[in-house]
Design a protein. Structure first.
Length: 114
């Protein structure tokens, strides 16, 4: 099933071993998508349709924006399936941006629980 999923994804960066990730968050977004699908929150066909729509809406690039679009598609599908609310996504994005701005260079960025 995993191989079928990967081959069904438009534009997924892959090598001989499978998906390629430039940064850890990309692998985490990929894994979260698979986990939510496996848990029955959406079908793989719904995922591919949503990702395809987001990719078509975005301006062409060199592929470097693929996982940003992946994340946008995941957020869109999670809102559509009532797994989260747009306000919650905005609050989390602002919290991460603030954590990034206030973390000293060279230290890991962490969100405070609260």
């Amino acid at each position: 099933m995993q191989h079928e999923r990967v081959t069904a994804l438009p534009g997924l960066p892959v090598d001989a071993d499978g998906p390629v990730f430039a940064e850890p968050w990309q692998a985490q977004a990929f894994a979260l998508t698979l986990k939510l699908c496996d848990a029955g929150h959406f079908t793989w066909a719904e995922w591919v349709e949503t990702l395809s729509a987001v990719l078509q809406e975005a301006p062409p690039d060199d592929g470097s924006g693929y996982y940003a679009r992946w994340l946008a598609a995941l957020e869109r599908l999670c809102v559509r399936r009532s797994l989260t609310e747009p306000r919650e996504l905005d609050e989390r994005a602002h919290a991460w941006a603030e954590a990034y701005r206030t973390t000293p260079h060279g230290q890991s960025v962490e969100l405070k629980q609260g």
